[in-house]
Every structure is written in structure tokens, then in C-alpha cells.
Design a protein around this ligand. Structure first.
Ligand SMILES: C[S@@+](CC[C@H](N)C(=O)[O-])C[C@H]1O[C@@H](n2cnc3c(N)ncnc32)[C@H](O)[C@@H]1O
Length: 257
């Protein structure tokens, strides 16, 4: 149900650990103390290299989607897999929407709530596969580089809603991106806007891979020896897949057809 009690206690980010800030982290002003604490507690390449707007394209991509979301003051917006809810906080601040952020990880939501604009957002720990909201509750449903569940996201979208996505898509000649779009079409959506971020993603993965190699001792200390190799392998696979043209990345806005 919309308006459900917030499931994350304010101030749940417990202890302040000396900052382990990567040179590549991107913050909005006033973010650093809370975000540094979270970064220190969660050694992960995607936090280190993507930062607060934790998706390819960063805050620019969030703004691109926001401009096309149709959100108006008082509309309900849902940011699924929100991490620290950068998109939800921006939507609430810039449009006056009643924004909600969901994520599997309550610590991420607690940090988001303590960040600038966090008080304007509803924070609910939930899996995108089973959203605790009624049918048709939201005027815009978002998922940015998180798990996308088209059926459940459609269930909570209002009749005139938009779906805003930043995501990886299969891009090879075997019907990749068409199949992705058709899945949404089959649920009654029509693609209104699309922007390719495939080159941005390739560049981001290459830069992350290069930084991890160049600063191996720093990242080994942060992720552990096995963790370092696992994360480096994952980045190498991503780079290869984008270089082969098998995987792409993009922004998508869908409206009801
Ligand atoms: C790469 S981050 C993207 C965060 C955010 N959407 C953004 O763009 O800043 C992925 C997030 O999705 C969350 N996540 C992954 N699978 C999820 C699921 N099935 N349901 C809810 N959240 C999920 C993770 O906990 C993580 O915070």
C-alpha cells in the first residue's frame, strides 16, 4: 500500500568510518559524510565507480528521464532498486512528486534518507518482484540499472503512467533489443523515447577495469584478494561483451499504448 510506514529507521547508518573515497566517485553537494560511511561499509566496484546516481550516465541520465517522465507536483513516483534513491530525491525536489524508493538493502535506503532531500521520499525495503503497493498506484515507475520486473512494475503503474528505465539490453543480431521492447509492448506499453548509452557504458567499464588494475593494491585491500579478482573478472566480461556488440545500454521511456 502506498503511504505504508517507512521501513527504514532514520539514522540507521551506524558508525562513521574514515572515508575510503575513490577518486572517481561523484557526489552531489553535501553528500560526502553519509555516503562515505556507506562506501566504507560496502566495498563494491559499482559503488566505487558509479557513485551516488548509481547507473550509467549518472545524474545526466536521471535528468533526461525526469524530463520525459511526465511527472507533475503531487504525482506518485516509484524508484525500484533505488540504492540511495538519487533519482527519487531528484524527482521529489524538482517536480514536487511524492517519490518512493524501494531496495532489497535497508542500509542503502537508510543512507538515502539521511542524504539531502531524503526527508521528501518514502523509503521501503522491498524486492521489485513483490512491491508492497496497490495496483495502479504510481504515475511513473523507474528502474535504473537494477532488476527489471516488467509485470510487477506494470501492475503498480497507473493507467496514464510512464515507465523510465536505464538498463542493459542484449544488442546482437538475434533479436536482442527488439525482444526487450516487445516484452513491454506485450504488457500494453509503447516506447516513447530512447537514448543509447552503449558507448558510455563501454567507456565506464573500461575506465573501472583500468583503475582497478592501475591501483591493484588499493582495491585488493578494499575488496580482499578473491573479491578483487572476482570483480575484475566481471568487469573484463562486461568490457568484452560491449566490445563484441553483444550487450548495449540505454535509457527508455514507455507510455501506455
Ligand atoms: C547498480 S545499483 C542502482 C541503484 C539506483 N537505481 C541508481 O541508479 O542509483 C542496483 C541496486 O538494485 C538493488 N537491487 C538489486 N536487485 C534488486 C531486487 N530484485 N529488488 C530490489 N532491489 C534490488 C541493489 O540492492 C542496488 O541497490
Amino acid at each position: 500500500m502506498v503511504g505504508a510506514n517507512l521501513t527504514v529507521a532514520a539514522g540507521a547508518v551506524k558508525k562513521v568510518i574514515p572515508a575510503a573515497r575513490s577518486a572517481t566517485l561523484r557526489y552531489s553537494p553535501g553528500v560526502s559524510a553519509v555516503f562515505d560511511t556507506l562506501v566504507a561499509e560496502y566495498p563494491a566496484w559499482w559503488i566505487d565507480f558509479l557513485g551516488e546516481h548509481n547507473h550509467i550516465g549518472g545524474a545526466d541520465a536521471t535528468r533526461w528521464l525526469l524530463e520525459r517522465s511526465g511527472l507533475q507536483r503531487g504525482d506518485r513516483m516509484l524508484d525500484c532498486g533505488a540504492f540511495v534513491g538519487a533519482a527519487a530525491r531528484l524527482a521529489a525536489a524538482e517536480t514536487g512528486a511524492a517519490a518512493y524508493a524501494t531496495d532489497l538493502n535497508a542500509d542503502f535506503l537508510a543512507a538515502g534518507r539521511a542524504l539531502p532531500g531524503g526527508e521528501a521520499v518514502g523509503w521501503v525495503a522491498a524486492a521489485t518482484a513483490k512491491l508492497p503497493f496497490r495496483d495502479g498506484a504510481f504515475a511513473s515507475v523507474w528502474s535504473l540499472d537494477s532488476m527489471i520486473l516488467p509485470r510487477e512494475m506494470t501492475r503498480v503503474a497507473a493507467p496514464a503512467a510512464t515507465i523510465c528505465l536505464c538498463c542493459e539490453v542484449p544488442a546482437d543480431g538475434r533479436g536482442g533489443v527488439e525482444a526487450f521492447i516487445e516484452e513491454w509492448t506485450g504488457l500494453g506499453w509503447e516506447m516513447r523515447s530512447h537514448r543509447s548509452l552503449s558507448l558510455d557504458a563501454l567507456q565506464a567499464w573500461r575506465a573501472a577495469e583500468a583503475a582497478m588494475v592501475a591501483h591493484r593494491s588499493k582495491y585488493e585491500a578494499r575488496y580482499g584478494k578473491r573479491g578483487y579478482l572476482a570483480q575484475l573478472d566481471l568487469l573484463a566480461m562486461l568490457v568484452q561483451s560491449y566490445e563484441r556488440g553483444a550487450t548495449g545500454h540505454g535509457l527508455f521511456v514507455f507510455v501506455r499504448g
